[in-house]
Design a protein around this ligand. Sequence first.
Ligand code: GAP
Length: 441
Amino acid sequence: MENLMDKIVSLCKRRGFIFQSSDIYGGLSNTWDYGPFGVELKNNVKRAWWRSVVYERSDVLGMDAAILMHPKVWEASGHTKSFTDSVVDCKSCKKRFRTDALIYQSHEEYQCPECKATIDIKEMPPRMFSLMLESHLGPVKDEASLVYLRPETAQGMFVNFSNILDSKHPKLPFGLAQIGKAFRNEITPGNFTFRTREFEQMEIEYFVSPKEADKKLAEWIQARFNWYIHLGIKKENLRKRPHTKDELAHYALACTDIEYNFPFGWSELEGIANRTDFDLKQHSQASGKDLKYFDERTKERFYPYIIEPSGGVDRSVLAFLVDAYREEKVKDDIRVVLSLDKDLAPIKVAVLPLLKNRSEIVELAQRIAQDLKKTFITVYDDTAAIGKLYRRQDEVGTLYCVTVDVQSLEDKQVTVRDRDTMKQDRIGIDKLKEYLQNKLT
Ligand code: GAP
């Protein structure tokens, strides 16, 4: 039996959501390209996040920092020293694994997760492996030209803290929000787009008085949890998992992950951490620029604490796809539906002529599609029989199918079919936009 993950990967390729990168060259492993439907879904996820954390709040400002940053940023942040994974090489299969992926046998002996050979860690001790991806700027490739592709978008917000204070004068508590690419030389990427070396993050750095940190951390955990539910993730597939002390990142005092029940098990979608004043202190010391905040009310100068909700765009997209996927028996057929939320569905409306050999029907359908395109993301399709056209739209999550038939030429009405219920309404063409607007907004 094909498992759910295989079905999702296959649907993504077949219908133009996600392709293997550099496919015609045999593919670059664990690297993925988003196709026409994929980019729409991904943009919709980013838009929904931005709307919820920037536009619908009055205490968060957006920004977009460069991927390349001064190398000193990564020394100050602790990444060059501490952003590492502990790895072990297996002598038998010659593969490299994260130490925590080995199967425990005894204090000194572990089993290789791939070939099952015994690994003696006295003989083959774990080594620290940097996850930072390096590049060089300019014509000479030496130490002085070394730069890193950022492993998180967060630092771009910390180093702009004083620019934001000087230009926008926000009062605590306030946050910065950013969406952008991040890169990590992961040792064990995999599970489709779940863990890759190039990915996109949606991060908020929320600056608070240290006294308020615990309260704001709890509020953000709940707000971010609700965001996924609001966009259709089933409650039973989402949970909060506080980190144990030994899994906290080097900068964090506390962290709670929001996890999704993926087909490969409960895994992190987003982490919400209390980063304390670690980052602003480190950058103050390393840059010589005072990054303390002056509270005019209490006349105190201090380093704010930072609450950081940090999520992955690609992981969210994957969770929304998995959660929306459903198969239904309809008569003798299996209907595959992506029940994506209306804000996330790549296509909102499809206009379909019932008979493609009747030019008046085709012309009317094309005219309706052209008109709807001004208001909704709309497609026109006449390349198959109506049953097949419906299935195609169901599979990519299109919310409404508008069918133009012979009767439409006379009564100036069309049939509107709902993706989830398959219920059909007969609507006057002059009322169609208003009808769809009511459903979609
Ligand atoms: N600034 C904090 C930070 O980067 P993180 O837990 O390492 O924290 C935050 O990453 C989010 O970024 C994760 O919850 C995940 O959604 C996403 N992410 C991290 N590494 C990833 C990878 N290799 N592939 C895809 N997404 C990743």
